[in-house]
Design a protein around this ligand. Structure first.
Ligand code: ADP
Ligand code: MG
Ligand code: MG
Length: 517
């Protein structure tokens, strides 16, 4: 990590017990006062202590913003619009997605079911061509040797339920707030006023993406009822305030947009599809069933994994949304574009004679293709292609597998197998199932230190930071026209360097913000 200006001091500074107590008390109160919060873990709060489910607690957060190389931050932000365009183009390429799905569908029931929903709607004909993406591209810093300039390498690209945009801008504000007083009062004082803390507009920008889709629906779909946005959610949801921030941002001015939260399991009882050629999606207000809204946008914060589809009726519900006229964020095709297998196909090195596969998605911009490819790290299939067969050797060798992570086609954290656990895991599966996994090189960022506050307790030590950059994109699946394309703020998540997974919701990671160095 380059030291840079102002980083000669020890960072984070050594704190006395009284000093960490002071920072803790600021964080505890600021977090609740500003909604940097989550619902408590059921295992930590006895039911009788919270019989009405009213408690909230601070989200896990770092005491200091972690140092992050400015060049990497700029690189990640500057490339986001190209990534948005790339994934919009992939979502439009049914042949490309179909070929990928075909390879894994016989061993991955979830992917097969999603594809089936697409095929059913295709047969009936899609009524809505507009498609909305609220994406997040995740990276870690990579540096070959300490003399080399740091660059970013992509961990994954999320096309569904990309979370933490609502809490992330609050975390940037928290660290800014601490820098105004608390940090400068420390005995090992930081040059707190000189910390370079970039502004983070993730909440506003993501809400603006939803608003753009809402406005476009109203102006192009001749709605027959008052329009609304539906947030499809899990129930219960600990990370509810993250979602609420986006909702509140949509309701801030006079042109307030109606937003309703709908648990995935209640789609069939609370929505219907109008029996018209337009197939408007209608939302029936539970508190007043005679009041009907027309759903302009469905924003998925659920439905990304098999656990949201416990039975056939959940798939019926997904089909109901997909065949309707509402703009989906995302459509089934966009969700599939985010499969890890797609990322692997994009990243699998091609020979010098074959042009990059990105050329089929991004026309006339070799510079963009070059910039995108710089963020790829090695990812291999585990199929019976030549590169798949050599990856199988790597993955089953107890020593060679040490630099790799094995991923299935799943989202939401907690699904991967790491390093030396890979051979045993693979051997527990029939070999015919291996092709639904990808093998990825582990990115090892330069060491960073920080202090994480989680459940009221401080954890100090080496940490690993993962930067996410949000992107919003509205496009026409029919014409390919991109109507809206923006970079939409960032997320920094930090985990202890002994933990493999870094999801904040999964309980391993914490919210953080960037101190550019
Ligand atoms: P998910 O869609 O479940 O979030 P990810 O691909 O993001 O799956 O993997 C989950 C976590 O595992 C990441 O947040 C990161 O901490 C870790 N991880 C994944 N891939 C890599 C990698 N190539 N190098 C280092 N860590 C990784
Ligand atoms: Mg993901
Ligand atoms: Mg992830």
């Amino acid at each position: 990590m380059p030291t840079g200006k102002g980083l000669n001091e020890e960072y984070p500074p050594k704190l006395t017990a009284a000093e960490s107590g002071q920072i803790l008390s600021t964080i505890k109160d600021w977090s609740i006062a500003n909604g940097l919060a989550v619902r408590p873990q059921v295992s930590l709060v006895k039911a009788e202590a919270d019989p009405h489910g009213i408690l909230a607690t601070t989200a896990p957060v770092t005491l200091f913003p972690s140092p992050f190389p400015r060049v990497c931050f700029e690189q990640a932000k500057s490339i986001q619009k190209a990534y948005n365009k790339l994934y919009a183009a992939i979502a439009q390429d049914q042949d490309f997605l179909g070929n990928i799905v075909q390879e894994i569908l016989e061993v991955d029931e979830f992917i097969a079911q999603l594809w089936q929903v697409h095929l059913q709607v295709k047969e009936e004909v899609y009524v809505q061509n507009l498609s909305l993406g609220l994406f997040r591209s995740d990276y870690m810093v990579h540096q070959n040797t300490s003399d080399d300039a740091p660059t970013i390498k992509q961990v994954e690209f999320n096309t569904i339920a990309s979370s933490f945009g609502g809490l992330s801008s609050q975390t940037s504000r928290l660290h800014k707030h601490l820098s105004l007083l608390d940090y400068s009062l420390l005995e090992n004082s930081l040059e707190a006023k000189n910390l370079d803390l970039p502004e983070n507009k993730s909440t506003k920008s993501l809400a603006a993406g939803l608003q753009a889709a809402f406005d476009t629906y109203k102006s192009t779909s001749q709605p027959i009822h008052e329009c609304c946005i539906v947030f499809l959610v899990q129930d219960p949801e600990r990370n509810i305030f993250d979602q609420r921030h986006l909702e509140y941002a949509l309701q801030q001015d006079n042109s307030s947009t109606p937003v309703f939260r709908l648990p995935f399991g209640e789609i069939l009882s609370r929505t219907s599809v109008a029996d018209t050629s337009k197939r408007q999606l209608l939302y029936h207000l539970p508190s007043n069933p005679s009041k009907v809204f027309e759903v302009a946008v469905v924003y998925f914060r659920a439905g990304y994994g098999p656990s949201d589809y416990p039975d056939e009726s959940a798939w019926k519900a997904r089909l109901q949304i997909e065949r309707s006229n509402a703009i989906k964020c995302p459509t089934v095709l966009t969700q599939l574009a985010g499969a890890k297998k797609v990322q692997q196909v994009l990243a699998t090195p091609t020979s010098s004679e074959t042009p990059s596969i990105l050329n089929s998605f991004i026309k006339d911009s070799p510079k963009e293709i070059e910039e995108l490819e710089k963020t790829f790290t090695n990812i291999y299939p585990l199929d019976d292609s030549p590169s798949g067969l050599s990856a199988r050797k790597l993955a089953t060798d107890p020593s060679d597998c040490k630099g790799y992570v094995l991923k299935p086609q799943r989202e939401g954290g907690g699904n991967n197998t790491y390093r030396t656990a890979i051979p045993t895991f693979l051997k527990s599966l029939p070999e015919t199932h291996w092709k639904s996994y990808i093998l990825m090189e582990i990115i090892t960022p330069p060491p960073v230190h920080n202090i994480i506050l989680r459940n009221g307790v401080l954890e100090q030590g080496g940490v690993i930071c993962e930067l996410g950059v949000y992107g919003t994109c509205l496009w026409d699946q029919g014409t390919g026209e991109v109507l809206y394309n923006e970079e939409a703020g960032y997320l920094l998540r930090t985990k202890g360097d002994k933990s493999e997974e870094g999801g904040v919701a999964a309980g391993f990671g914490s919210m953080d913000s960037c101190r550019l160095v």
